[in-house]
Write a protein that binds this ligand. Structure first.
Ligand code: KDG
Ligand code: MG
Length: 402
């Protein structure tokens, strides 16, 4: 079997998605998600100008060798743009492998360890009371786990919390918007939010919260400690993960479970975190973390240290990534939870999906490969619109972390 050609499909049904389509001499094609929010064009350009010409003529079944070609083989390795491109290649090759062998992806990576995948919803409130209302409405939809975020009095833009009702979309049209942040106000507010949430919902639902890397290790330790009585399922990205050792400080002070990794792109971002058991959940997604070949290895490595998975699954990752994530979640023994924000209906006009939400869980059918298709004619009706994630400053203007 040989790769004969490949192309990039960029579409914007409400938001931008980049899809890699790899064709073979046997009429089988594979799809991979190459979307990197706000940096869609650099990934597409890297795929077009370097990766696709290199792929032509290769046997698509050699997923392991092709992965290492683009990781070990290249001189300039890693980074979000290159790893998103490699993720899309790997995903598309596994899609081809499944189709060629006439079996769904989960059968190629261990078969089913479960029939359905527990997911968590998003509740974003303008303030504490609104956040509780939003969480209640997610609970009504059947979700058993809910991530709660809230606007903070005195902070004009709380990242990811829309000012109006509507879809979660942290990217804004055009160049990056500058947002301002005050950690002291945030740290005072959040424990009250979760106190209220437990009053409202008892222990019936799992509660999660995302710090979006906004704390120093000692601030995060205080937050994790103050949240202990409310038994969170996890506290996500409490600090920037660049300094893995920073997590030791949080761990020393609190038993609140920790999840990290949505901006990671290699196992080498995780080695200290995993081997020292400094976290409880790995979040690096298939579409940014090297695809199925690499994320499966990270998950297996984590399993040895009693660490589970909770893969990133915001709406800026395409339905191809979500479907592939469901496959790996079905297969892994150490699956924990999957993030799930439903895509807008218009997205599901372009992508034909094979998964279904019911009662707090996602299931997927047994279509060979990943099982998602793209309608290229419909995709072409929604041309790319530039959008960027915001940058973050402290109130005095100092540039601050993601
Ligand atoms: O593009 C950025 C989003 O994917 C991110 O804001 C979502 O933090 C996020 C999450 O946990 O889903
Ligand atoms: Mg996050």
């Amino acid at each position: 079997m040989k790769i004969t050609d490949a192309k990039i499909i960029i579409t914007c049904p409400g938001r931008n998605f980049v899809t890699l389509k790899i064709n073979t001499d046997q009429g089988i094609f594979g799809l991979g998600d190459a979307t990197l929010n706000g940096m869609e064009k650099p990934v597409a350009s890297f795929l077009e100008s370097y990766c696709i010409p290199v792929l032509l003529g290769k046997d698509p079944r050699n997923t392991e060798d092709i992965w290492h070609y683009f990781y070990r083989g290249v001189y300039w390795k890693r980074g979000s743009v290159a790893m998103t491109a490699l993720s899309a290649i790997d995903m598309a090759l596994w899609d081809i492998k499944g189709k060629a062998l006439n079996t769904p992806l989960y059968n190629l990576i261990g078969g089913k360890s479960r029939e359905k995948v527990m997911v968590y919803a998003h509740a974003n409130g303008r303030n504490l009371d609104d956040a509780i209302i939003q969480a209640g409405s997610e609970k009504e939809k059947g979700f058993r786990a809910i991530r709660i975020q809230s606007g903070i009095p005195g902070i004009s833009d709380a990242y990811g919390v829309p000012k109006e009702e509507g879809f979660y979309e942290p990217a804004h049209k055009g160049l990056p918007k500058e947002e301002y942040w005050n950690t002291a106000k945030y740290l005072d507010y959040i424990p009250r939010l979760f106190e209220k949430a437990r009053e409202a919902f008892g222990n019936e639902v799992h509660l999660l919260h995302d710090v979006h890397h906004r704390c120093t290790p000692i601030e995060a330790a205080r937050l994790a400690k103050e949240l202990e009585p409310f038994h969170l399922f996890w506290l996500e990205d409490p600090v920037s993960g660049e300094l893995q050792e920073g997590l030791r400080l949080i761990r020393k002070h609190s038993s609140t479970p920790l999840a990290i990794g949505e901006v990671f792109n290699s196992v080498y971002d995780y080695t200290t975190l995993i081997t020292e058991q400094l976290i409880d959940y790995v979040r690096m997604p298939l579409s940014h973390g090297g695809g199925i070949s690499h994320v499966k290895k990270v998950a297996d490595f984590a399993a040895i240290y009693h660490i589970q998975t909770g893969f990133h699954g915001a709406t800026d990752l395409s339905p191809v990534n979500l479907a592939a994530s469901i496959h790996i979640n079905l297969a892994l023994n150490n699956f924990g939870i999957q993030e799930y924000m439903p895509h807008q209906d218009i997205v599901n006009e372009v992508f034909k999906v094979n998964y279904r939400f019911e009662n707090g869980f996602l299931t997927i059918d047994d279509t060979p490969g990943i099982g998602v298709d793209i309608d290229e004619e419909k995709a072409a009706r929604y041309p790319y619109i530039m959008a960027s994630l915001p940058v973050n400053r402290k109130e005095d203007g100092t540039m601050f972390y993601w």
